[in-house]
Write a protein that binds this ligand. Structure first.
Ligand code: CP
Length: 308
């Protein structure tokens, strides 16, 4: 029996395969049927200490579609943080105003600290270069919808695998589904050792290469990521890898990664993915972004205990 009521969503590693599958099934139900008034009277606090378009707005849409309300901020510069208030004090206050907190923060561990501080459920909407678990639920939902299932897929991860929190969470989640993983990045942006250790401990086959042209296999999914400029301590290091990958329709045709390949990207994109891909059968990234609403509806309804 899956019980998500009052659960914090901090790391995808906190979820079993059964729980992940349950959330994906619930997301499907949310997409197929409207559930107006399910969260009537509930208030979500969206606390965004870093910029966001998709995550913040899809949480807001999800809450409002279910009849709930939203408070919060997306500019910490207009909060008492600028007067020196600590995150711990801020969230202790906000818990008295809401039923659930969604937090995006530039510090790794900020969501865990918040969950340890407050008595309402906390959802990690991205903490530094660590994790972004709700993105992973919608990534899995998109993969399942486009590929017909999740088991035994060949999944490539391209780009900034050092700082890309969405790639980290998805790689962890796919260990439940026996994926073969291909990590394609410049040597300076390899996926951190902790993630590789987790794959090894779960017996997952993986490969690390510098270029997509080194891949000698068809892929089911290519998960493309942006080079995370804002996480580099040294701008010179960013300039060395800036624009290193540029996917376009022509490049994809040259690569011969398989006609059934689907490209996902958490977005925003900058230089790594050309608009020429948007009209091809490879592109699944807009569908992926829109899946954020039903998936976040499912997570909010389950955590707030109105659907189990
Ligand atoms: N995918 C994602 O996290 O996008 P935003 O930064 O716009 O929320």
């Amino acid at each position: 029996m899956v019980m998500l009521k009052n659960r914090d969503i901090i790391s995808i590693l906190d979820f079993t395969k059964e729980e992940i599958s349950y959330v994906l099934d619930l997301s499907k139900k949310m997409e197929e049927q409207s559930h107006t008034d399910l969260l009537k009277g509930k208030i979500l606090a969206n606390l965004f200490f870093e910029p966001s378009t998709r995550t913040r707005l899809s949480f807001e849409t999800a809450m409002k579609r279910l009849g709930g309300d939203v408070i919060g901020f997306d500019d910490p510069g207009k909060t008492s943080t600028v007067k020196g208030e600590s995150l711990k004090d801020s969230v202790k206050i906000v818990e008295g105003y809401c039923d659930i907190i969604v937090l995006r923060h530039f510090l790794e561990g900020a969501s865990r600290l918040t969950a340890d501080t407050v008595n309402v459920p906390v959802i990690n909407a991205g903490d530094g270069a660590s994790q972004h678990p709700t993105q992973t639920f919608l990534d899995l939902y998109t993969i399942k919808n486009t590929k017909g299932g999740l088991e035994g897929l060949k999944v490539g991860f391209l780009g900034d695998l050092k700082y890309g929190r969405t790639a980290h969470s998805l790689a962890y989640a796919l260990t439940h589904f026996n994926a073969e993983m291909f990590f394609i990045s410049p040597p300076s942006l390899r996926i951190p050792k902790d993630y590789i250790d987790q794959l090894k401990s779960r017996g997952i086959t993986y490969h690390e290469v510098d270029s997509l042209f080194e891949i000698r296999s068809n892929l089911d999914i290519l998960y493309c990521t942006r080079i995370q400029k804002e996480r580099f301590a040294d701008p010179v290091e960013y300039e060395k890898v800036r624009g290193i990958y540029k996917l376009s329709s022509a490049v994809l045709d040259d690569l011969k990664l398989g006609n059934d390949l689907k490209i996902l990207h958490p977005l925003p994109r900058v230089e790594e993915m050309d608009e020429s891909l948007d009209s091809t059968d490879y592109a699944a990234y807009f569908q992926q972004a829109h899946s954020g609403v039903p998936v976040r509806e499912a997570l909010l309804a389950a955590v707030l205990g109105v659907l189990q």
